[in-house]
Write a protein that binds this ligand. Sequence first.
Ligand code: GUN
Ligand code: ZN
Length: 448
Amino acid sequence: MTLPGSDRPGAASRVALRADLLDFTGDPGFELDPPALRFRADHWLWMDAGRIVAITPGDEPPPESFDRHEHRGRLVMPGFVDAHVHSPQLDVIAAYGTELLDWLQTHTFPAELRQADPAVAQATAERFVGALLAHGTTAAAVFPTVHKASADALFEAAERRGMRLIAGKVLMDRHAPPGLTDTLESAERDTRALLERWHGRGRAAYAHTVRFAPTSTPAQLALASRLMQASPGSYLQTHVAENRAEVDWVRELFPASRSYLSVYEDHGLLGERSILAHGIWFDDEDRALLARRRAVVAHCPTSNLFLGSGLMDWRALADGGVAVAMASDVGGGTSLSMLRTMAAAYQVQAMQGVRLPAWAALHAATAGAARALGLDDEIGRLEPGLFADLCVWDWAVGPVASHRDDLLRASARPLHDRVFAFITLGDDRNLVETWVAGRRFAVSNAPA
Ligand code: GUN
Ligand code: ZN
């Protein structure tokens, strides 16, 4: 079977890549020279049967039984994790002119209605998953739509590529157009069927996907909590405290809850597998609650800038002990590229007087995200035993980035500042190859 974006279906099981390897052995914090950073210049990374099996210096190549690929001078990093993204919203990426609540009504809900057709849902899922790989993202937590078929199509598309996926049908039983809402009964029936079929199958995990508090009745929030308790290892994903008008609306809808975040707490939805997108309009009590519950904030900087939602306070979350994972939030976000996302994260912090080191951003898109999602024994680092989910990158593409990279090689702090420039100037054109469980996909977006 040939998949879009796959040049080697059924590739040799024993493969080795030679390149500079970059990953993290722990949390770099906000340090510029953290001990948790691991840079192995000119090494071989060996893969067998979908896993990383060894890493050796460049002068210790693997035996001839390995198919050897030379990428000297290139960078190999773990595949990126996108902790929050919407598969049907490639249809509305870069939609002009609105803030969140208008944007949902004007652009997003009409697009999501089209996913009621299973043929559309299937084409959407294929396009989306192929696009993730073509941007260097090998694992993601994804919102399809309310339609069961959209979740099935997404899981199927990821499974065909051997990809790690966290997803589930969207739950929304109010404040949305007919055709985009479920009921308590249909939500429970569809969720149980999807859980049964997908949760724990291959590299799939189920996420109870409450769109956001305004589109679920209290009874549906309680149902999501019950279903989550009954399915160990499942996730909860939702949006929280993204936009001021949204926060005001939630206060009106849930007057008994202390804050927007408390709505989820009060309905039993916060735990260590809860992924909360945005988290801009939090106070100290919210941050303390998140830390106690060990929930994860998915930071979506391109979306927050594009929709004019606000500036997330990363330092306050980190200082409060809350894990932050990087997320594109396409189509509120403007790119599937986690490099573009990290570059925006730097700018969001700069607007608040904070300089985000490249390491903090990169960690939140790789090992940090894996750890926060409970997947650190599977993905996020370049280490024997983990899945061979990784990407080969060119440090620089085009005359401007190449010139800058040449200068930075001779600078006082070459590694951090080269990686920072790679993030700031890079995108999917820098991607040479994506490997998922030892299979090669999405080869070279760079111009010829
Ligand atoms: N809040 C509720 N739904 C959405 C969505 O689709 N995108 C974003 N960015 N925020 C939301
Ligand atoms: Zn979102």
